[in-house]
Ligand binder design. Structure first.
Ligand SMILES: [Zn+2]
Length: 214
């Protein structure tokens, strides 16, 4: 880029210029000014290119963060984190017991009345919704990431295999079907095929599970 738009020097100015020229360094000065302008122009072009690059990088980072946040929300929705029967107390622990039968009780029993609403404790897809031996009428929901929840001894099932459910959605009613001594909900949480203690998952995602999320 050269020097553009220079005004024609005034008479007085011309005299000054000619004196400078006489000294023989005007050409050198003009060259130096032009050189400086070129350098400034190149620098500003470089700055603009850098600014555009920075802007693109920022957009990319913001998009990545947005996608990460969406993925995290999706994972959170699929982790059991509510009481399947509103306000129900744990009346049977995830523990070894001798009554009503001897063995390790692989879920918790929640005290509830006949006909109370049973809710999906996380978003997922209904894997089974049928009679299952001692569990009586049972619903199994697949939440992804290895989590399944089981709801047993139901009096009524309101979902079918393949149904998509959201967290908190009513899926069934409390009952006493199968091997049961009275109305209650047997609630079981499975992780990668192994029963885990549901109690830490009744009132929110357990802190250690939260900490392990990406
Ligand atoms: Zn039980």
């Amino acid at each position: 880029m050269g020097i553009h738009g220079l005004k024609t020097p005034s008479r007085q100015h011309r005299q000054k210029l000619s004196r400078v020229q006489t000294k023989g360094d005007f050409g050198v000065q003009a060259f130096a000014v032009e050189h400086k302008l070129n350098a400034l122009s190149a620098a500003s072009n470089a700055t603009l290119a850098e600014a555009i690059l920075l802007q693109r990088m920022t957009m990319r980072i913001l998009n990545m963060r947005h996608i990460e946040a969406l993925a995290r929300d999706r994972m959170m929705a699929g982790i059991p984190s509510i009481d399947p029967v509103d306000g129900a107390a744990v009346v049977g622990c995830f523990c070894y017991r001798v009554s009503p039968d001897v063995g390790f009780h692989q879920g918790v029993d929640l005290g509830a009345s006949y006909g109370e609403t049973v809710r999906a404790t996380a978003a997922g897809t209904v894997a089974t919704a049928d009679w299952d031996g001692g569990f009586g009428q049972k619903v199994d929901i697949d939440h992804g990431n290895g989590y399944h929840t089981w709801y047993a001894h139901l009096s009524r099932i309101d979902v079918g295999v393949g149904d998509r459910v959201v967290k908190g959605q009513p899926i069934a009613l409390v009952g006493s079907t199968g091997f049961s001594t009275g109305p209650h909900l047997h609630y079981q949480v499975m992780l990668n095929g192994t029963p885990i203690d549901p109690e830490p998952y009744l009132a929110g995602v357990p802190p250690k599970v939260l900490a392990a999320l990406p």
